[in-house]
Design a protein around this ligand. Sequence first.
Ligand SMILES: O=C(O)CCC(=O)C(=O)O
Ligand SMILES: [Fe+2]
Length: 354
Amino acid sequence: MPHKESVPSREFTPDQYPDFPAGFPTIELETISLAKLLIDRDAAEQDRVFAICKGRGFFYLDLAGCEAGATIAEGADRVAATAEDVFGLPLDEKMSYRIQGGSLFGYKFAGETYADKAGTKDTAEFFNIGKNDMIVPDDQMQRPWPDVIKAAKPLFREYVVTAHDIGMSIMGILANKLGVDPAEFNSRHRIEEQSGDHIRLTRGPPREVEELPEIQTPSHTDFGTITLLMNWLGGLQVWSESSRKAQLLNHEPDVPGEWLWVKPKKGCAIINLGDAAVKFTNGVLCAGRHRVIPAPGVQGKYTRYSVVYFVRPENQCIMKQLRGPGIPDGPEEEQDINAQVWIKKQAAGLGIQF
Ligand SMILES: O=C(O)CCC(=O)C(=O)O
Ligand SMILES: [Fe+2]
């Protein structure tokens, strides 16, 4: 008789996920090779990054062929497995880490925010793990973290450092194209300085009904400078128009059918720019508007995990446009607003949502 093992069943099972189903309107994002950027310093690839970031502001980043890429590709699977352990904690324990008091870090329960004016609730759980606490010794951490996160701190540290570094490399390319010294970006995103950077673990429940797209994460642009996203199931959608053209009144396209699915692409991260990149470049770069709904069709019966890294300006960074040949001069900002305050304002601007 085979010996029956009591292996607890796991929820994050990427090897078992079926392919993204046919028959859904998808967008073919362009694919940029990280190895071509980091190792070859390929000029054509850099041109493509710049063109994409001025346009839609979303692309696949092929992680193959370089160490940083391997760290993210392998790390994301391990981070998502840890996410499963985090979200598997009892609700009252998770609630003891609730995001509150103006902090960006900790737990957001499903249904905490509204997905629309009708009062529909979001369905995603988040656990935002602050960058700074992951890169300092335990006794210098500013917040308590669940034991499962503390136990995986070396993994989170490596992921944070690598994702931040990739973000800075992309910013460096954009800076050169804009005629701005990359040091202008580097000095605003020093890893050891306090910032709103975090790894966001997300968990969305399986789809309840075929037709109705319950909203996992409502329509938004990210607040930071650059985002590195890893996901395994469909669910991410981008607006077919870039956010530059968007009428942002209710954060929804006016025309139905304007949301296009982004298929997860094996071995690739998804990169998108956020509001701070738009601000620094006075609108030259574009933050793509997006949302998350449960995966479509056959994929929809799986619980959806994603691992998101947000590179954001340091808390004390004054949010002003950078000046350079490739950036149109706007009027001098009337007030000095630092990134910490600015990001809170961006969040408040989303009003009902976050
Ligand atoms: O889960 C995803 O695929 C995207 C998540 C996202 O957009 C966010 O957390 O800002
Ligand atoms: Fe996002």
